[in-house]
Design a protein around this ligand. Structure first.
Ligand SMILES: *[C@@H]1O[C@H](CO)[C@@H](O)[C@H](O)[C@H]1NC(C)=O
Ligand SMILES: *[C@@H]1O[C@H](CO)[C@@H](O)[C@H](O)[C@H]1NC(C)=O
Length: 271
């Protein structure tokens, strides 16, 4: 039993060490070929997670297998902070994604999305131009609007169940009353100069612009985050339980190490 917790911590950390290698190589590979803002944006966090996992695993392995109490203590501290952070993040994200939903429009298979419906904190993150440039670049990379182009008639098109990002970013808002030509090409009505609805002015038939800078596009991204959040929360909670179990085993190993060390000290003193 004394050795068991140490061995288990060592074993778990060998797994995370092995896991960190593909993550780290993936991040570096992405960094080398990154040509768009989206890829550059993803590269940083992926490398950071890889390095973090690598360091924590090494500290855990050495701490558990070499019975080094000091390293094991650092390992437990990092785990503890991670548990607290993950817990706070889960609660915070629940609160922040609580508000906001798409609006149903009569005669349309899709919903319209308005930025004002979402929590102020999320709105501010989306309005930050640096954040938005990166997210916009990820949307452009994903070809989410190109995948819409099926040369449908207007009646076919309006019955589509568009994803929030497709509804917000690939077409002008329904309220603009623009004339449908094809999925990503809409004519402004004759004599249109500017509208009270900002997004109607922002819309462009330039296929690299479309409604990517619209408020509705930011709202679509938030709707997506909100939908996905439920899945992320479940993964988070499972991960949190896993971390707490590892932390408890780690505490066991730490106690055993100290007990062992004090026994050896005793043996040395009284051979
Ligand atoms: C669009 O058409 C509706 C009904 O014809 C009208 O009430 C609305 O003001 C129009 N919107 C714009 C932005 O012109
Ligand atoms: C949509 O219509 C525009 C204008 O007629 C045209 O230039 C464009 O190629 C069309 N796009 C597709 C995917 O058919």
């Amino acid at each position: 039993m004394v050795r068991f917790s140490n061995n288990l911590i060592g074993f778990l950390n060998i797994i995370t060490l092995l896991l960190s290698i593909p993550i780290l190589s993936g991040g570096i590979w992405l960094g080398r070929r990154a040509s768009t803002d989206c890829e550059k944006f993803l590269q940083g966090p992926i490398i950071a997670i890889g390095v973090f996992l690598l360091l924590v695993s090494i500290v855990g392995i050495v701490g558990a297998c070499c019975r080094n109490s000091c390293l094991l203590w650092i390992y437990l501290l990092v785990m503890f902070i991670l548990i607290i952070l993950l817990f706070c993040f889960t609660i915070f994200a629940f609160v922040v994604t609580n508000k906001g939903a798409g609006d149903a429009v009569s005669g349309r298979g899709f919903k319209e999305y308005r930025l004002g419906d979402y929590s102020n904190w999320l709105q501010k993150r989306m309005e930050n131009s640096k954040n938005w440039r990166r997210i916009r670049s990820c949307i452009q990379d994903s070809d989410v609007c190109q995948s819409l182009q099926k040369n449908e008639s207007f009646n076919q098109f309006v019955n589509n169940n568009l994803s929030p990002i497709q509804s917000g970013c690939c077409k002008p808002p329904t309220d603009c009353n623009f004339t449908y030509v094809n999925e990503t090409y809409w004519n402004k009505p004759a004599g249109f100069t500017s509208s009270d609805i900002q997004d109607c002015n922002t819309w462009s038939n330039d296929q690299s612009a479309l409604c990517y800078d619209c408020q509705s596009c930011r709202a679509g991204v938030l709707a997506n985050i909100k939908n996905d959040w439920k899945k992320v929360a479940i993964v988070n909670i499972i991960f949190l339980i896993f971390l707490i179990i590892v932390y408890s085993i780690g505490c066991c190993a730490f106690r055993n190490n100290r007990k062992d060390n004090s026994y050896t000290g005793y043996n040395k003193a009284y051979p």
